[in-house]
Structure formats: C-alpha cells, structure tokens
Design a protein. Structure first.
Length: 176
C-alpha cells in the first residue's frame, strides 16, 4: 500500500516521501498515529503544493543535525557505573545513561533511541558508540566506563607530525 509520510519513519523515509508499506501496518499504526496518510491522487496533489515548505523544514533539520554532529563527533563522555572486583559491571550501561551523560557533559540533548551500540556495555574501558542524529547523519563518541583516563590526542598528534617531518627531510637529503 502506498502512503505519504507526514514525518520521519526510521528505515522508510522522511516527511513527504511516498513509500510502500504493508496494509495492516498502515491501517493499524501509521494512520491512527498520524504518521502517514493514504497516497490518493488528492493527497498527492496537496503534497506537491506543500513540497517547498517540506524542503525548507528538511534543510533546517539537516543543518541542526550537522551542527550537533560537529559538537559531539569524536568526543569522550564518562559514564559512572557500579563495578565488581573482576572489572565486570553490575548490570550494563544503557542508552538512557549515555543520553543523560551527553546532556550533562557536552550539553547536547539526544533521544535515547538515537544511541546505537552493537552489544551491551558490560565491561570497564572504552567503548565506541554511534549516535544517529537524522537519517544518515551519524557521530561516533567514546564512552569511558570506570576509572579510565581521558586521553589527550592533540599533543600526541602534534609530536607525531613533528617527528615525521625530519625523517622525510633526512630521506630526501641522501637521495639528492
């Protein structure tokens, strides 16, 4: 069944997209929750009239998502959890805990459903977590669990660059 989405539906599309879904899904979930409407000729005509407004809102959403990604991408956040003697956590670090830590430490509010990680975080250490801000705009952060020190990559990167330059000059000198 063809429907017109009224907002973003993860995995299907965004506002104004015409997508094909199962009839039961449309009638029992999308229509009652006003997430979509049937793709009738009249509704498609109205969609064309609203297309400019939809594109404007879409551009604003993408700009906001890019801004949030720039604030968060590559950052470290620390999550406190109860740790046993063997380095195992009592329970696990949840997406809600990560979202709360993002808000407290970086000032970025993210819905817990946007936090994605492959497996449950149940050990002390560093774990990479992906945050989906909007459609295909993702940022990766490192979650520090337990007494792990936050690294300072900037001085190391500068030293590495400084070491490489003389080595290159030395390699060029004998060749001449």
């Amino acid at each position: 069944m063809k429907v017109i989405l009224m907002g973003e539906l993860r995995g299907k599309g965004g506002e104004g997209d015409i997508v094909d879904v199962a009839q039961g899904f449309a009638e029992n979930y999308l229509f009652p929750n006003k997430i979509a409407q049937p793709a009738t000729p009249g509704n498609i005509k109205q969609l064309e009239q609203r297309r400019r407004n939809i594109e404007k809102r879409e551009a604003e959403r993408i700009a906001k998502a890019q801004e949030l990604k720039a604030q968060v991408d590559g950052k470290f956040i620390k999550v406190d959890a109860k740790i046993g003697d063997d380095g195992q956590l009592f329970g696990s670090v949840t997406t809600t805990m990560i979202a709360d830590a993002l808000k407290a430490q970086l000032g970025v509010e993210v819905d817990r459903k946007r936090v994605e990680h492959a497996a449950a975080i149940k050990t002390v250490g560093r774990h990479t977590v992906t945050i989906n801000f909007y459609r295909d705009i993702n940022a990766e952060i490192t979650v520090l669990v337990g007494d792990v020190e936050e690294p300072e990559p900037e001085p190391e990167a500068e030293e590495a660059e400084g070491e490489e330059a003389p080595a290159e000059e030395a390699a060029e000198t004998p060749a001449e």
